[in-house]
Structures are given as structure tokens and as C-alpha cells.
Ligand binder design. Structure first.
Ligand code: NAD
Length: 469
């Protein structure tokens, strides 16, 4: 545990972006106790005070937009155009949850009281206490904020255990709140798996985003600790292309959704399911992928930068080799230089092959051909994941049938699988998600627990005996 946590720039691994001693797991309980003291103060802060803190954080985010986008590019290799979009979204998330401080905190229901006794029956959402947030590296600013902002807005404290690969970005998120919150209310705790486990053990509510394997462990640990948990995990997302889809526009959209940011999004398109003859779309896709500028993520035109680590690069290499060995055809030049991995399009792969069924977190997608929509839906649903599916075409009946048939938490018609609306519920089905949705108003529910209050007027005084005579 004494080894330093280091994050290195993927495009220049000699560049150490952040370095920090990990928080030892045995310290986390004390830090949580400190957070709990701060939370007792924060929960009594009115909505205006909480909203004001979040609004100032949003203003700081906008004032620091360029520097933060540059840091995202440097630390996780995200192409700069996407990094800027992430920063813009982060500020909007803070604005949205600032406003949500004024949202209703419960419902009014008809009470079941005797007719002569007036009263109220109402619910009240109360903060849960200390929120333990464990986050991945790929949206290093937006994901910590889309968890922390609703947690803070609803009156909770936050312990954020960021990914070691995105430590500097997490520290930048923490600095947005400098001087705005009671001491210890929001703490960024650098560390790896053990620190993450300690945060889960100490928290009153847990929100995790990351891989399916770790998410399953987190869900078990939180259940054992008896605290509510949501885990957002991987996907093996499909795009269904109907015969009447606009070929060029769909190919460009799918190329970007599969390969943008080197495919390192949980929502990236990984399976392209073509209904009917796959040849024209395959040709258009190969051209669209070839047209994506790859290289230095700091360049404004680049769409595909490096993958995050040598391990990530090796996983793509291994997946390509495994697919090829079992009859898969590689349609693009492929290859890698340093951590820059050229996008890989495959076809002729058995849909039951592990490469077709499991997430490879990199620029790799596979094309499948099916005779009709029913077969497409069967293929889409025949994996353990269910995060997002896109459907492309014009026939409204078929589009609606597809939307009804696919088993994923997000369904995007004539829109890329990538793309998240922070004001709408977000999450998947099956192994992609565990627990309630996050974002939007769903997050306000998650970080609070509902109390039901019956408030009856005192019973009427007994009528004096002489009067009743
Ligand atoms: P990861 O699972 O390796 O790590 C996620 C976080 O968990 C990190 O902070 C890590 O340090 C921590 N961790 C690791 N082991 C732990 C343990 N045993 N207990 C507690 N914490 C532990 O994921 P990653 O490589 O950072 O991110 C990539 C993955 O995240 C992909 O699978 C991707 O699909 C997924 N992802 C999902 C979403 C979504 O919203 N569904 C969004 C982004 C990324």
C-alpha cells in the first residue's frame, strides 16, 4: 500500500501528471467520521446555501475550462474537442443540481385519520449521510461530478475514490469546491482497490462506475455492509442498421461512436448489426473509419487518440488475434504505435465468440449480418450486457419494434450509442447495471431516503360532563 499512485500521460508515458501516496484503508473510517461531522452542518444549510456553493463551482468550472480540458487531454488522452465538451457538460451538471436544491423534497398524501382530526400525511427525502463514490478514468471530470453534485445538493457528504489513472482530474474537481463547503464534507481519496473497498465499507450510500467485474464485487460489498448501491458498468453495445437507413450518414455516425476516443466509452458501439445485405454499409464504414483522424489528442481535428495503458493496448491486440484465429476478418489496416491503436473493424466472426460477447475497451467493433429485424433483436439481446442500443432507419414501425424489443437501458433511434443526457435517468440492464438509475432526478432519489410522516392535530379535548348533560 505504500507505493505511490501515479498517473501518466498515455501519449507521453514519461510525463507523470499526478503522484500521490494512496490513502491507507485503515485511515478511511476516520476520514468518513470527519465527513459525517461536516454533513451534520451541511444538511442544516438551506437550499439557497447549497445551491450557491454548486453555482460557484459551476462558474469556476467555466472560468477554468481551457486548463481543465487540457488536463483531461494530458492525463487520459481524450481528444481535445471531446475534452472541451466534457468540461462544458460538467459545468451544466453543476448548474442543474444547483437548481435541484429547490426541488420538492416529498409528496403530500391524504391522511387516514378520524374525520374530526385534521392532519397531514407527507413524505420527506432526507440525505443518507456519507456518499462513497468510486469512479473510472474515462470521463474523469463528468462522472465524479454527476455523482458528487446530486449527493451534495441533497445534503450528503462525499468521499470520492477516483481512478488512479485520473488522479489529477479528480483533484481539479475537488478544488472547484475550495472554501465553499464545511471542512471535510468533500474529500478526494487517492488509492486503488483497497482504498475503494474501505470507502465502500465506511459509506452510507455507494455509487460506482467501472468494469463489470469490479462492479459485481462492489455490489456484494455494499449489500454486506447494508447500504444502498448503484453500479454502472460495461456494455457490449449494438447498433442495428435497417435497410432504409441513410448509408453515408449512418456509417459516419457509427464510425465515430465505435472509434471516437479510441472506443473508451461505456456507450461505444461495439457490434454493428446490419439487416439485409451488409456489403454497402461495410464498405461505407471502412471508408468512414479510415477518414477518422488518429494521433495526438491535443490536436483539434483528432478523433482517435491513444488508449490509456499498455495493458489496454494488449487487450485490443489479443482480441484481434483471437478473432482472427477463429475466422474473423480484419477490415482495417490495424496495428499500433506506442499506445496509439489504429481502429479495428471486424466481420465474419461468430456472434457467440468471446470477442463478440465481451467488452474490449478500445477501438474495436464487429459487423454482423442478419436477415430481418427479429434476428437482429435476438442477436442484440444475446449478450450479458444491456447498456445502450442504437437503431438506424426510416420505417417508423420497424424503429418502434426495435425500440420495444432490445433489452438495454438506453435506446437511441437515429442517434449514436454514445451521448448521455445528464437530466435523464441513465443506466443499463442485465450485467451493465446494478441498482437504481443515476443522473437526472433519479439521482436525487438515490442519495436520499424517504421518511413518511403522519402529522395529526391533537385529539379534540373531551367535552365537560355538565355540558354534555
Ligand atoms: P475499473 O473497474 O478497473 O475501476 C473503476 C474504479 O474502481 C477505479 O477507481 C478503481 O480503482 C476502483 N476499484 C478497482 N477494484 C476495486 C475493488 N475491488 N473495490 C473497490 N474499488 C475498486 O474500471 P476502469 O478501467 O477505471 O473504467 C473502465 C470501465 O468502466 C469499462 O468497463 C467501462 O465500460 C466502464 N464505464 C461504465 C460507465 C457507465 O456509466 N456504465 C461509464 C464509464 C465507464
Amino acid at each position: 500500500m505504500s507505493e505511490l499512485i501515479q498517473s501518466r500521460s498515455p501519449q507521453n508515458p514519461d510525463d507523470v501528471v499526478a503522484e500521490h501516496a494512496p490513502v491507507p484503508p485503515h485511515r478511511v473510517a476516520d476520514l468518513a467520521a470527519r465527513a459525517r461531522v461536516a454533513q451534520a452542518v451541511w444538511r442544516r444549510e438551506g437550499p439557497a446555501g447549497r445551491a450557491s456553493a454548486l453555482r460557484v463551482a459551476a462558474e469556476r468550472m467555466r472560468a477554468r475550462a481551457d486548463a481543465t480540458a487540457d488536463l483531461i487531454v494530458r492525463e487520459v488522452g481524450k481528444p481535445v474537442a471531446e475534452a472541451r465538451a466534457e468540461v462544458g457538460r460538467a459545468a451544466a451538471i453543476l448548474d442543474y443540481y444547483a437548481q435541484s436544491c429547490f426541488a420538492a423534497t416529498g409528496d403530500l398524501l391524504p391522511p387516514s385519520l378520524p374525520a374530526e382530526q385534521p392532519g397531514l400525511l407527507y413524505t420527506e427525502r432526507r440525505p443518507r449521510g456519507v456518499a462513497g463514490l468510486v469512479t473510472p478514468w474515462n470521463f474523469p471530470v463528468a462522472i465524479p461530478l454527476w455523482k458528487a453534485a446530486p449527493a451534495l445538493a441533497t445534503g450528503n457528504a462525499v468521499l470520492l475514490k477516483p481512478s488512479p489513472e485520473a488522479l489529477a482530474c479528480a483533484e481539479a474537481v475537488g478544488r472547484l469546491f475550495d472554501g465553499l463547503l464545511p471542512d471535510g464534507l468533500l474529500q478526494v481519496l487517492p488509492g486503488g482497490a483497497e482504498t475503494g473497498q474501505a470507502v465502500i465499507d465506511a459509506a452510507d450510500v455507494v455509487s460506482f462506475t467501472g468494469s463489470a467485474a469490479v462492479g459485481a464485487e462492489v455490489a456484494v460489498a455494499a449489500a454486506r455492509a447494508g447500504v444502498p448501491v448503484q453500479a454502472e458498468m460495461g456494455g457490449q453495445n449494438a447498433a442495428v442498421v435497417l435497410p432504409d437507413a441513410d448509408l453515408a450518414a449512418t456509417a459516419a455516425m457509427l464510425a465515430a461512436a465505435a472509434m471516437g476516443y479510441a472506443g473508451q466509452k461505456c456507450t461505444a458501439t461495439r457490434r454493428i448489426v446490419v439487416v439485409g445485405d451488409p456489403a454497402p454499409l461495410t464498405e461505407a464504414l471502412v471508408a468512414a473509419v479510415a477518414a477518422l483522424p488518429c494521433g495526438d489528442p491535443a490536436r483539434a481535428d483528432v478523433a482517435v487518440g491513444p488508449v490509456i495503458t499498455p495493458v489496454a493496448r494488449d487487450r485490443v491486440r489479443d482480441a484481434v488475434e483471437a478473432a482472427r484465429a477463429d475466422g474473423g476478418r480484419v477490415l482495417t489496416p490495424g496495428g499500433d504505435t506506442g499506445l496509439l491503436v489504429a481502429p479495428v473493424l471486424l466481420d465474419r466472426l461468430d456472434p457467440g465468440h468471446p470477442v463478440a460477447r465481451e467488452e474490449t475497451f478500445g477501438p474495436l467493433a464487429t459487423i454482423f449480418a442478419v436477415p430481418d429485424l427479429a434476428a437482429a433483436i435476438t442477436l442484440v439481446n444475446d449478450v450479458r450486457y444491456g447498456l445502450v442500443t442504437s437503431v438506424h432507419g426510416r420505417d417508423l414501425g420497424l424503429l418502434l419494434e426495435a425500440a420495444r424489443g432490445v433489452d438495454s437501458g438506453l435506446i437511441r433511434v437515429n442517434a449514436p450509442t454514445t451521448g448521455v443526457d445528464f437530466h435523464a435517468p441513465f443506466g443499463g440492464e442485465k450485467a451493465s447495471s446494478h441498482g437504481p438509475r443515476e443522473q437526472g432526478t433519479a439521482a436525487l432519489d438515490f442519495y436520499t431516503s424517504t421518511r413518511t410522516v403522519t402529522l395529526a392535530a391533537p385529539p379534540p379535548p373531551p367535552v365537560p360532563a355538565e355540558e354534555s348533560a
